[in-house]
Design a protein around this ligand. Structure first.
Ligand SMILES: [Zn+2]
Length: 279
């Protein structure tokens, strides 16, 4: 039974206790990172892990776009929604944040307990030897392998910030056939952003930490995600099963709505700001 409510109902439910926050793309849209699952976003076919691993041409195309797009994510800043959750953690109200975003904006805002469920855009892993390197280091290598590439894909007047960027730092660029992707400098293996893609599982240890974080609080607050993927929905199910109140703040329907104690149909950042005033 969905109880549609407003921010006052949400505050009444959360006041006097602690909560864990589960966040998604909707909290980062105010920082200029588009939400490719929101109703007004253009349809997209998300890349799958199998495509990435199985097809060298696909990987070339992917890395070419990522090489342009990641800089945009690198330059974004946290917004009020991120800052509110960090402040509430300082006040002892928020236990921590589980985020489906890979943009690290919760960390930038000062949140200390953050589980990056789907990975992080600033790190790259070798699929053969398992070593990780920073995305900034890879950028230097890709720049050396592809002199002038970024300039070549940005037509007159276009800037990196204008290139369409998806949440996984993938920019839309057509001409990528001349791009030279980099292999692992230690073993020659295939490099992949340390991001969980469709068709790939969140590491078990990370999931267990997230369940523990949910259970360490009195309630669960979901903000800015439609919970279309199981990786996030399972935390709502766990909280509901435990009898923990669940507040969902999202523009539009979510798959967790039937389990929500209070559902606020509104934007994540502005609602969190209003909520913090009432706690
Ligand atoms: Zn390697």
């Amino acid at each position: 039974m969905i109880q549609h409510g407003d921010v006052v109902d949400a505050a009444r439910l959360l006041r006097g206790g602690t909560f864990t926050a589960l966040t998604g793309a909707g909290i980062s849209t105010d920082s200029g990172i588009p939400d490719y699952r929101s109703p007004d976003s253009p349809p997209r076919n998300p890349m799958t892990y199998q495509q990435f691993v199985g097809d060298p041409d696909f990987r070339r195309h992917y890395w070419a776009r990522n090489h342009v797009g990641w800089r945009h994510v690198h330059r974004t800043h946290p917004n009020e929604g991120h800052r509110v959750l960090a402040d509430l953690e300082d006040r002892g109200i928020v236990r921590g944040v589980i985020t489906q975003n890979v943009d690290l904006l919760h960390e930038d805002a000062g949140s200390r307990t953050v589980i990056d469920l789907h990975g992080r855009y600033d790190s790259v892993v070798c699929l053969s030897c398992g070593r990780t390197i920073s995305r900034a280091h890879l950028a230097e290598r890709l720049d050396a392998l592809n002199p002038g590439f970024i300039e070549s894909v940005l037509d007159g007047g276009t800037t990196v910030a204008d290139v369409e960027v998806a949440p996984d730092a993938d920019a839309v660029i057509a001409r990528t056939s001349h791009f030279n992707p980099a292999d692992c400098e230690f073993c020659g293996g295939v490099l992949k952003p340390e991001i969980v893609y469709f068709g790939e599982n969140v590491p078990r240890e990370r999931v267990e930490r997230a369940f523990a974080l949910v259970e360490s609080a009195d309630a669960l607050l979901v903000a800015g995600t439609s919970l279309t993927v199981m990786s996030g929905l399972r935390f709502v199910r766990r909280a509901a099963k435990n009898g923990q109140p669940v507040v969902i703040v999202n523009r539009g329907e979510t798959r967790g709505d039937p389990l929500a104690t209070v559902k606020v149909d509104a934007g994540a950042s502005e609602t969190l700001a209003a909520l913090a005033e009432l706690l």
